[in-house]
Design a binder for this molecule. Structure first.
Ligand code: ADP
Length: 254
């Protein structure tokens, strides 16, 4: 099975912006094992800006574009260094691909992107994809990695997109505000009622909250890709998903 796994900043890093070592070690071990079992895995990883913030010892997440883009450039190296080391433990090679919205809109760029991903997968390499935040502008940005995950999944012929977040899935209202919120297990259509559940932005380090995840679900479902939102707290949840167990929120393919 060809699977895109998107991992959010709030799952990869501590609140300090520094990498959550235990989490990342576990994620890379499980992904390596799923690759060993014959799955083709593509990782869409956030975390570059957060890690850059930690490495540069900035006190806050930067607001201005040059500092954000500088933090992304520093953090992207750190991120790939960590992935390279972790996957090397299990004899897997990683590759970095950084793209912007331009690259999926321009047919030639898109074709080159698809060809590269396909060749990497043939080589058994694990592509790690992120938005090229250091050159991106509002006009050309895909904007958030939930959408990036869905766009990648729909263009590389993936069967499934898994979004690992800091929450178990989509709830009927924001669970950080309403303790009685209930988990929605399955969504077959993004109705206005579902959109209303998403509320506003998520954590201070994460960016999208549920709004961007529903947008991603729409892109994925339209392309015939199923999407699952699951809690990345314990990456072993990926085994359950691969064994067909009911986990998190499933957005069914059309
Ligand atoms: P990530 O970094 O994984 O993309 P975000 O912090 O951007 O994570 O988004 C997840 C957060 O969205 C949750 O922790 C929660 O606070 C918030 N949220 C808002 N509304 C909902 C909802 N209806 N169901 C689940 N989470 C919600």
């Amino acid at each position: 099975m060809r699977v895109v796994v998107k991992i959010g900043t709030s799952t990869l890093t501590h609140a300090t912006g520094r990498i959550n070592i235990r989490r990342v070690e576990s994620l890379c071990r499980v992904l390596s094992d799923l690759k060993n079992a014959g799955n083709e895995i593509i990782l869409v990883s956030s975390g570059a800006i957060g890690m850059g913030v930690g490495k540069l010892m900035l006190s806050n997440k930067p607001e201005d574009i040059p500092t954000k883009q500088a933090a992304a450039a520093v953090g992207q190296c750190e991120l790939m260094y960590v992935y390279d080391n972790e996957f090397a433990k299990y004899n897997h090679n990683v590759a970095q691909i950084l793209i912007t919205g331009n690259d999926v809109e321009n047919p030639q760029n898109l074709l080159n992107f698809q060809n590269t991903v396909n060749r990497l997968l043939e080589f058994g390499v694990l592509p790690v994809i992120n938005e090229n935040d250091s050159v991106s502008t509002d006009e050309i940005a895909i904007g958030d990695n939930d959408a990036l995950g869905a766009i990648v999944a729909s263009h590389v012929g993936a069967q499934r997109l898994i979004i690992l977040s800091d929450i178990d899935g989509l709830y009927d209202k924001n669970p950080s505000v309403y303790p009685d919120a209930k988990l929605i297990k399955e969504v077959s259509e993004i109705t206005p009622e579902i959109t209303l559940m998403a509320g506003g932005k998520g954590t201070s380090l994460g960016t999208g909250g549920m709004v961007t995840k529903l947008h991603a679900a729409q892109i994925a479902m339209d392309a015939g890709v199923e999407m699952i939102i699951a809690n990345g707290r314990n990456p072993e949840v990926l085994y359950d998903i691969s064994e067909g167990k009911q986990v998190g929120t499933l957005f069914k393919r059309k």
